[in-house]
Design a protein around this ligand. Structure first.
Ligand SMILES: Cc1ncc(C[n+]2csc(CCOP(=O)(O)OP(=O)(O)O)c2C)c(N)n1
Length: 380
């Protein structure tokens, strides 16, 4: 089915509000939504908030579609089970089927297998979206009626390549009042260092004995391509939890720990900043590489253009907090952060990567091997 046709059908059925966290399976659907000025797409920091927003919008008189990757189902379960179901709030979901009946990366395998059982045990009706146009139309129409008439949650599971991609790109919203000067202005964006430069600079500023924990998606892949070290832990999956892992390592060892976060990932579970500020590990440096987008899933915008992360870190009681846009400043900040007591925070604004197709880490090292290698390094 073409994404544009699915989108038109949803509009026909009265859906003009959409919320979610992107998955690459939905690139074209999200692009189409963003290009229609009569629709609203809520850029949710996590799938739970995508659901609670949709619930609120339903109460306010809108029909809302929630779009998510199946790895985000866990984030959504609480508001699904304790809000939507008991309060009889209907919702139509599109959930991507990563590792659902197909080979996929290890971090997707467990949820790919469990997803249907989880949905079933939550009393959420779930249907696989057929590939064939006529069947797909019928399926969406039935799912819509079932959801609205019975005030139920209905999920449509979208397997790989069931939604055809088209040439449209994402329309970046014009948000009128950015508090920031470093916003997504095209010219200014082009002048920023690339994410690749930022990663090279970080690696070049830390020695082999410093732990580096990198966030999910292409940042980890790119770091792996730039330089692989036994001190690196490439977190694949568990989006938003790199800083949590870093906090755990920093509290349990004397090693210096650098966390490389993404803006989308940090926004997903920003509560970790309060934990870091509260527990104050001296040996932790938390860096957010901020490209104002979910680059790994097609470059949809995040809301980081209106967030002053370094101010948030400062107010969460990190010991030091700084902002930079140049490689020389970044290098200086990383080096001083490793000398001075932390927790230290560095917010670095970047443009997109120079290695758009960095290969998968699992081609060389499995997650299990990575854990063993990393534990050996920490116990050395
Ligand atoms: C819970 C969850 N939701 C969605 C995804 C799909 N996903 C993988 S990487 C990514 C984008 C991460 O964005 P950001 O941290 O800004 O890093 P960037 O992609 O820009 O490098 C998304 C949405 C996921 N892995 N897990």
């Amino acid at each position: 089915m073409k994404s544009i046709d699915l989108y038109k059908l949803l509009k026909e059925k009265g859906y003009s509000f959409f919320s979610g966290v992107p998955c690459s399976y939905f690139i074209s659907l999200l692009n189409n939504i963003s290009r229609d000025e009569t629709s609203f797409y809520f850029v949710a920091p996590n799938e739970g908030l995508a659901v609670s927003f949709a619930a609120g919008a339903y109460l306010g008189g809108k029909n809302v579609v929630v779009i998510m990757q199946n790895s985000g189902l866990g984030n959504a379960i609480n508001p699904l089970s304790s809000l939507c179901i008991p309060f009889g709030i209907p919702m139509l979901f599109f959930i991507s089927g990563r590792a659902y009946g197909i080979e996929d990366e290890p971090q997707h395998k467990i949820i790919g297998k469990a997803m249907r059982k989880i949905l079933e045990s939550l009393s959420i009706s779930a249907y696989d979206l057929p590939k064939n146009d006529t069947d797909a139309y019928g399926c969406v129409k039935r799912a819509h009626s079932e959801s609205i008439e019975n005030r139920k949650l209905v999920a449509l599971v979208v397997k790989k390549d069931v939604l055809e991609h088209d040439e449209n790109s994402f329309r970046h919203f014009n948000i009128p009042h950015y508090k920031w000067k470093n916003i997504f202005i095209e010219n200014e964006y082009k002048l920023r260092m690339s994410r690749t430069t930022a990663l090279c600079t970080i690696v070049g500023s830390v020695n082999q004995d410093v732990v580096v924990i990198s966030t999910t998606g292409t940042s980890s892949r790119e770091l792996f391509a730039i330089q692989d070290r036994t001190s690196h832990f490439y977190m694949q999956g568990s989006m938003g939890h790199a800083a949590g892992i870093g906090l755990g390592v920093a509290c349990s060892t004397d090693k210096k720990v650098v966390v490389i976060d993404g803006d989308g990932a940090l926004l997903m579970h920003m509560g970790v900043m309060s934990s870091i500020g509260h527990y104050r590990p001296k040996n932790l440096v938390h860096i957010v590489i901020d490209n104002e987008s979910y680059e790994s899933t097609g470059g949809q915008p995040t809301t980081s253009g209106t967030v002053d992360f370094s101010e948030v870190a400062f107010n969460c009681d990190y010991r030091n907090s700084a902002f930079c846009t140049t490689a020389s400043k970044l290098s200086e900040l990383v080096k001083t952060s490793l000398i001075n007591d932390g927790p230290n925070f560095i917010h670095v604004k970047v443009s997109s990567s120079e290695i758009p197709k960095a290969s998968r880490i699992t081609e060389k090292i499995s997650p299990h091997q990575l854990t063993e290698r990393f534990c050996d390094f920490l116990r050395r």
